[in-house]
Write a protein that binds this ligand. Structure first.
Ligand code: FMN
Length: 339
């Protein structure tokens, strides 16, 4: 980032903000595999100000969980400034404004991707954020609202004018939500128009796909989202590919199961046994993408609520062939948010 007093992003890739996923145990696991910058899930500025949501678990952090970013959604500059003041005691290393969330509940209030329709308001909010922040402020946008209104470049220029330090762009429109393929052209266009670092987002499912995005768009960094679900190795593999040019080895079954058990145990420690196992169920599905004959074990994993039984089920994976984990990019069942 340009201001020398403010931290730069030392790695090519980072963990994107992921609602319902990028909690403390998940971030710590990703960091073990080389993730540098990570974000807590997006948080409503209003909910911070009025303490209307249980924000305690969302704001949980650890000394080893740095650098760490917070991402606000909202559309009232004063509300966001207040939320920044309240959260300043957590010393986040960077602050992002969300203009990318496609969920109707959010956009119908003109928040998230709804902000893309009002670039001047985005600039106004960002000016207030930059003025009130000691750390770099960024904006996360989409390509535009829909295919007939692709205005990422205009929004990005307004945002740069407001004094932000970096821009994150998910190269899909709001109308696309998480479907279809990411549009590298719009990321390239935005990168070409800005002087500040541009962080690309979309279809970052493997080290090779991340390198391809960086090569084809010229973006400075990549925010990894669905590609990290059940796949924390993606961080070290990306750094390895970018440094050496060699396609990294995928983890073997022993490493996968060891990591799954570590992940499960971290969730149980953080959320308690029942909730921890329930949340881990979806990760079981993600870790086992591409496994042959996985259905019966998945069926059992989705029914259990005890740590011991989940551990036994994970250990039974040893008998299965892993298949090609990279095939997830073509798997239409891979997670996205629909509303
Ligand atoms: C489960 C899930 C939660 C997400 N939560 C957020 C969020 O809180 N804030 C945000 O800016 N983007 C969020 N996103 C969007 C991602 O950060 C990313 O931009 C998007 O998934 C595109 O990248 P991908 O195609 O590599 O997954 C979320 C995506 C998913 C799948």
């Amino acid at each position: 980032m340009p201001d020398t007093n403010k931290p730069e992003i030392p790695f090519a890739s980072m963990l994107a903000p992921l609602a319902g996923v990028s909690d403390l145990p998940f971030r710590r696991l990703c960091r073990k595999f080389g993730c540098s910058l990570a974000y807590i899930p997006m948080i409503s500025a209003k909910s911070i100000v009025y303490s209307s949501e249980n924000t305690e678990k969302m704001l949980a952090m650890h000394d080893n969980d740095r650098p760490l970013g917070i991402q606000f959604f909202g559309r009232e500059p004063d509300m966001i400034a207040k939320a920044m003041e309240i959260t300043s005691k957590y010393n986040f290393n960077t602050i992002d404004l969300n203009a990318a969330c496609p969920v109707s509940k959010v956009t119908k209030k003109g928040e998230g991707a709804g902000l893309m329709e009002d670039p001047k308001l985005i600039k106004k909010i960002l000016k207030v954020m930059v003025k009130n922040s000691d750390v770099p402020v960024s904006l996360k946008i989409r390509a535009g609202w829909s295919q007939t209104n692709v205005n990422a470049k205009e929004v990005a220029l307004y945002a740069q004018d407001a004094g932000i330090s970096a821009l994150i762009i998910h190269g899909r429109t709001r109308a696309q939500k998480y479907g279809g393929r990411v549009d590298f052209n719009i990321i390239k266009e935005v990168k070409g128009a800005l002087d500040i670092p541009v962080i690309g987002s979309g279809d970052s499912f493997s080290a090779e796909m991340i390198k391809q995005m960086m090569d084809e768009t010229g973006c400075d960094h990549v925010a990894i989202a669905r590609g990290a679900l059940g796949n924390p190795w993606i961080f070290k593999e990306t750094e390895e590919l970018l440094k050496t040019g060699k396609i990294p080895e995928r983890p073997d079954i022993a490493e996968i199961t060891e990591t799954m058990i570590e992940h499960l145990n971290a969730y149980v420690d953080f959320y308690g046994e029942y909730l921890g196992v329930m949340i881990f169920r979806k990760f079981f599905g993600w870790y086992t993408k591409g496994f042959y004959n996985i259905k019966p074990l998945r069926g059992r994993a989705f029914l259990t609520s005890t740590q011991n039984e989940m551990t036994d089920i994970i250990n039974e994976l040893h008998g299965l062939k892993t298949g090609l984990r990279r095939s997830i990019e073509n798997d239409p069942s891979f997670p996205g948010i629909t509303d």
